[in-house]
Design a binder for this molecule. Structure first.
Ligand code: 5CA
Length: 162
């Protein structure tokens, strides 16, 4: 029998599987509207831009390691502060490095389901909301989560980073 449930695209499926593996019940949804930017995602789900989890990747200048930051959509990451937390100079990742480490293309980078384990930081401002929304692998896939879910999924250090 036909149902209205359509399959998730492969990247969104990878995120959904990672959520399930972590023991959480958040559901990835693929929307008709673009969720490529934090503002578009907020408009699409009807929340404030501050409740959008911006998934950013940086690269350690000396070690070359990937550093993941989950920031509030309302904030700009203070790179000087991030450098102090990481303990070395950092630079914004290239789109190629983002894909290599997370497996996602910019605009759909999720906080979960990365190809490589990344040292992770969480913007403390995200903890002031009951409900957050994060990208789920594609520029129109998102999932709703709580701040506790986010800390669980990323094992990130909660820091002041705005
Ligand atoms: N899907 C939405 C939110 S649910 C989303 O992915 N938004 S985002 O803000 O998390 O991702 C876009 C981010 O990717 C931008 O804030 C920016 O920091 C980063 N980005 C955009 N273009 C580039 C680029 N050319 N190189 C590196 N990073 C980029």
């Amino acid at each position: 029998m036909e149902t209205s449930v359509t399959e998730l695209s492969p990247s969104a499926r990878r995120v959904q599987d990672a959520i399930i593996s972590a023991g959480l019940e958040c559901c990835v949804v693929e929307l008709p509207a673009s969720t490529r930017t934090a503002q578009e995602a907020a408009d699409a789900v009807g929340c404030g831009v501050g409740q959008i989890v911006k998934s950013l990747v940086f690269r350690g200048k000396q070690s070359g390691k990937g550093v993941f930051v989950a920031a509030s959509g309302a904030n700009r990451v203070n790179e000087k502060r991030l450098k102090e937390y990481v303990g070395e100079g950092i630079e914004k990742a290239t789109p190629e490095f983002v894909r290599e480490t997370t497996g996602f293309a910019i605009g759909g980078v999720s906080p979960v389901g990365h190809l490589q384990p990344l040292e992770s930081y969480i913007d403390q401002d995200l903890l002031s909301y009951d409900e957050l929304w994060a990208a789920a692998g594609t520029p129109n896939a998102v999932f709703r989560l709580s701040p506790v879910d986010l800390t669980h999924l990323t094992a990130g250090h909660v820091v002041s980073i705005a």
